[in-house]
Design a protein around this ligand. Structure first.
Ligand code: DGL
Length: 295
């Protein structure tokens, strides 16, 4: 790993951001990447906002120490909670991700769009602003999905628990005539085969990650930060989670083995784990009874 500002830092609450990393790797093969999976603190989807902000700052500082010239917040939940403060504090380009509502409302044929995301994302001001901006052009049904990111975090992509959650979250959307599903969490692209199987071939699934990778490319180019090396960049992986199980899940998701390192103590244990909020519980109940229609 290098210490001058030459790599792209990427982080997520856990392994979900690897879906983003794959697109960045394809789009910018010469760039060296450093990925942080904050699996020891996942999920972010039900944690207090100030906790997510503190984790995002601790990880961004670590990425800068390691030589990041840009940071990708490969997590919708952390983007919603922390990106404005990160951008105000750090001067390097910081790229975030949000649900692809704009293309969804532009391309839906049935006029009904579903969004799958974490509880924190759908409760955020940023998400409310996104709905205000684009939600009027179609009927948008928002479905928080407590527990779904945890399935991916544990490598459960096809098991009965994952199936149960997917059926519970998709059924209300499908019975309302949704023909376009927006994946508002970076863990969910790993579930696309199961989602497509349950939703049927007529439903379009939108993952914003390729567009975010292109946006990163444009930002680096505009800032004169693209690497001039012609050789393939390196990829380093760090986690705050248990080393072996996290490495095993990451290898399964990426389809190749990898060397995973533990985050340094000061990044890993910089703050105590907060007690978990029960905010998702109400959403979980309403999800069982039916998705919450908006607009
Ligand atoms: N992957 C994250 C996202 O895009 C969140 C998953 C979680 O930690 O709850 O929102």
């Amino acid at each position: 790993m290098t210490n001058h500002h030459s790599l792209i830092g990427i982080f997520d609450s856990g392994v979900g951001g690897l879906s983003m990393l794959q697109h960045i790797r394809a789009d910018l093969p010469g760039e060296s990447l450093l990925y942080v999976a904050d699996s020891g603190h996942a999920p972010y989807g039900n944690k207090p906002g100030d906790f997510i902000v503190r984790r995002s700052f601790a990880i961004t500082r670590f990425l800068l120490e390691q030589g990041a010239k840009a940071v990708v917040v490969a997590c919708n939940t952390a983007t919603a909670a922390a990106i404005a403060q990160l951008r105000a504090h750090f001067s390097i380009p910081i790229i975030g991700i949000e649900p692809a509502l704009k293309p969804a409302v532009a391309t839906t044929r049935s006029g009904v769009v579903g969004i799958l995301a974490t509880g924190n994302t759908v409760r955020s001001d940023k998400f409310a602003a996104l709905l205000d901006q684009h939600g009027q052009r179609a009927r948008v049904i928002v479905q928080p999905c407590p527990g779904l990111a945890d399935c991916v975090e544990q490598g459960d992509l096809h098991g009965p628990h994952c199936q149960l959650l997917l059926t519970r979250y998709l059924q209300p959307l499908l019975s309302e005539g949704v023909d376009t599903l927006v994946l508002g969490c970076t863990h969910y692209p790993f579930l696309i085969p199961e989602i497509q199987r349950l939703a049927g071939p007529a439903v379009t699934i939108l993952d914003p990650s390729p567009a975010v990778a292109r946006q990163l490319h444009r930002r680096l180019e505009a800032a004169g930060l693209l690497t001039e090396h012609c050789v393939a960049g390196t990829v380093d992986y760090f986690t705050s989670g248990p080393l072996e199980p996290t490495a095993e899940v990451m290898a399964r998701l990426l389809g190749h083995s990898l060397k995973l390192e533990i985050l340094p103590e000061h990044v890993h244990h910089d703050i105590p784990q907060p007690s978990i909020h029960t905010l998702d519980a109400g959403f979980a109940q309403s999800a069982v009874g039916g998705a919450r229609p908006i607009a």
